[in-house]
Structures are given as structure tokens and as C-alpha cells.
Write a protein that binds this ligand. Sequence first.
Ligand code: F6R
Length: 239
Amino acid sequence: MNVYIYPDAQTLAVAAAALLAGAVIEKPDAVLGLATGSTPVPTYRELARLNKAGAVSFAKARTFNLDEYAGLAPDHPQSYRRFMNEQLFDHIDIDPANTHVPSGFAGDAEAADYDVQIAAAGGVDVQLLGIGHDGHIGFNEPDDTFSRTTHRVELTDITRQANARFFDSVDEVPTHAVTMGIGTIMQAKRILMIATGRDKAETVRAMLRGPVSPRMPASVLALHRDVTVMLDAEAASLR
Ligand code: F6R
């Protein structure tokens, strides 16, 4: 695991975008695993800037997002599909048909089929991850075991409270989601985790220094052979 620390979130975003764009420059039909949430927004802005400047083309790239809220249609204002369109896909030259977000209406069989689609695309070349305050990656919450394939999950109160900022109230935050499993994430050839802000510092410390445990899902990254962790100074402050 390689850990890099940047003075601020914007500098980190430039580095994260350079890594992702570099993967696509090297392999134009690369498969990118993408995340939603606040952390990747500046990275997506930088990717759009690089695309507009002609530094990278996503015309042949394919993407698979980590997760989607259960019960939200793709055009719902708070759906992760809509988020991705608004934050990234609408601003780059990607073919919308090459972008994939799990269906929020998937039962277990359809959810697991997402892994089959990823494998058919040749597997994820670089998986971008954020980290939840409880250590979740994707929506894999602390549990007794590590999950395997894409599946339906119940969201914890911590996660629903954290994500309430995107909704009118916490009651509107869906109670369930469909997420890539830990097994799905660990099959990516390369993983890029980004974390910013003082509120992530304790979780980052637990991920980097604590035991590998499904109680701290992100700790599993210690078992992957190609992980880059990018932190801003605040997220790295307790490390
Ligand atoms: C998003 C996702 C989540 C977020 C995490 C951090 O697709 O899978 O694991 O990465 O909840 O979210 P932010 O960046 O909003 O702090």
C-alpha cells in the first residue's frame, strides 16, 4: 500500500485525476470503477478539465460505479446515476452506453449479475474509492464477514445520517442500497482510495493501523497488492 499526503483537497484531486487519466491514456478502453459522495467531486471536475483540454479522451473508456440506493430510479435527483451524470459523465466525451451503475431495483440475482458484467468487460483496471466514517467502502458496512459479490445491503444509521445532507431529511435517505461486494472491489487490478477532511482522520488511522477486520471494511485493502491511498493533511492528521 502506498500512502501519499497532499497539503489540501484540491492538490489531492489533481493527483487523483492524473492517476485515473493516466490509466486511460495508457489503455484507452480501460475499465474504471467509480465512486459517488463528496470526496471525488473535485477529482471529477479535474478529469472534465483534462478532457476539455484534450489531454485525455474517454471515448472508449468503460465505467462501473460502486453502488446505488435501493428503490431510487436512475432519474431520481438523489440517485447515484444522476449524480454521476451531473458530476462527470455529462462533462466528458464518454459514451453513456459504456457507463454502468447498479440498478437500485436489483434483487440478489440481478445484483450478482453486475459482477458478471464487470468480468465480461475484462475486470476493473482502476477502482476509485472513498471511505465512510464507519470504514465502509462502497456500501459495505461493518459486519461479521466480508461480503463477496454485488448485493443488497441495509444501511447503518451512521451512513444514513452522513448522507442526509443530500436529502431534505434523514427520513428520506433510503434504508437499503445495492453495492459491489468486498470481493468485487478486491478483484480490481489497481485501487485508488481518496480521503479528505479532519472528520475522516480517525477512520483513516483505523484503516491503516488497525487489524484487518470486517468490522473496519476498508482494512481489507491491506490484502490487495496494488493500492494507492491519497490523503489530504487533515485526513492524515492522526495517522
Ligand atoms: C460512494 C461510496 C461510499 C463513499 C463514502 C464516503 O459511492 O461508495 O463508500 O465513498 O461514503 O463518502 P463521502 O465522500 O461523501 O465522504
